[in-house]
Ligand binder design. Structure first.
Ligand code: SF4
Ligand code: SF4
Length: 312
């Protein structure tokens, strides 16, 4: 374990734009965390995200992702740039105003110079940004990068929870950090802000009634009573993509997070309307959404969301 390498890696990633970096020794996820994950799946709260049942063993131990893995490097990148949509327009989650974070963060990490320290990508280290079955919030907490809030998000003390998380699994044995010994404060603002009562007692959400899930991941029409209830709320009828009201409401966000390294929100997405979604020819709509997180909902999903705004 080389303390100089640990410092070099952290410095490079902070320079690349991360607002927090923590390191954990690679190994099995605690039984209690796996049991909680299993309870969430067993309750059906993952809704249509059946892929969450896959690759349980890899999820349980990131060493199965990369031969010889010794450390997990966790990073948080702030995403609120200050440029927001006109509040009169349909709601789009703040993070989705930026170009797709998967590509942006991968590029920031690759250009940070850590390859000189960690070795060859794919053989000596692997980047995970929603792209591998990794318990990212668990590792963010275990590495001391942040704490888990009652809204389910990872809160970076002093900054807040409006962050993207990313991990690097590496064969390098780096000096691990200690988990932070504090909790979020349990003020209840996230729970009060949730329009559908989707937040559970174990810092998880019931996706069957979560507007974020229903407007991004859910495929097809909303049919169950819970889905229809959620999307008939005032918030549901104002939402084009995402939600995150439980994240925005958290008082830990007051100071804001430096958003270094992130590109500005796209002007096209800042101004996007439901009319654009419903009336633009497919090629022009596709051009507007190029490189955007909104593509995750697919054209049919965005049209469904836009049609739901009709009775505002
Ligand atoms: S994203 Fe919205 S609907 Fe889902 S838990 Fe948070 S506030 Fe509730
Ligand atoms: S809003 Fe309050 S209860 Fe919810 S995560 Fe933030 S500090 Fe915790």
């Amino acid at each position: 374990m080389d303390p100089d390498i640990t410092t070099a890696v952290k410095t490079a990633l902070m320079r690349a734009g991360a607002c927090a970096v923590g390191i954990a020794e690679a190994g099995p996820v605690d039984d209690s965390a796996m049991a909680q994950f299993d309870r969430w799946l067993a309750s059906g709260h993952e809704a249509g995200m059946t892929y969450m049942h896959n690759h349980r063993e890899i999820r349980r131990d990131p060493r199965l992702l990369l031969e010889g893995a010794a450390s997990v490097i966790c990073m948080a990148f702030g995403y609120r740039t200050g440029r927001m949509r006109d509040p009169g327009l349909p709601h789009i989650s703040a993070y989705a105003l930026l170009p797709d974070y998967h590509d942006v963060i991968r590029k920031l990490i690759r250009e940070s110079g850590i390859g000189e320290t960690l070795g060859e990508e794919h053989r000596d280290w692997r980047i995970c940004i929603d792209s591998a079955p990794v318990m990212e919030r668990y590792w963010a907490v275990r590495s001391g990068t942040g704490i888990r809030g009652d809204n389910g998000s990872v809160i970076i003390p002093g900054y807040g929870c409006e962050v993207f998380l990313a991990e690097i699994v590496t064969t390098k044995r780096l000096r691990p950090d200690t988990p932070l010994d504090r909790d979020c404060g349990h003020c209840g603002a996230c729970r009060s802000a949730c329009p559908t009562g989707a937040l559970g007692t174990e810092r998880t959400a019931d996706c069957r009634r979560c507007i974020s899930y229903l407007t991004i991941e859910h495929r097809g029409p909303w049919e169950s009573a819970e889905q229809i209830m959620a999307m008939s709320t005032a918030a549901g009828k104002k939402t084009l993509f995402g939600c995150d009201r439980c994240v925005t409401a958290c008082p830990h966000n007051r100071k804001g997070i430096p958003c270094t390294g992130m590109p500005d929100p796209s002007d096209e997405i800042l101004a996007l309307t439901d009319d654009d979604i419903l009336t633009l020819p497919p090629d022009r709509l596709s051009a507007k959404l190029k490189g955007s997180c909104l593509k995750r909902a697919k054209t049919d999903g965005l049209r469904r969301n836009a049609l739901n705004l009709g009775s505002l």
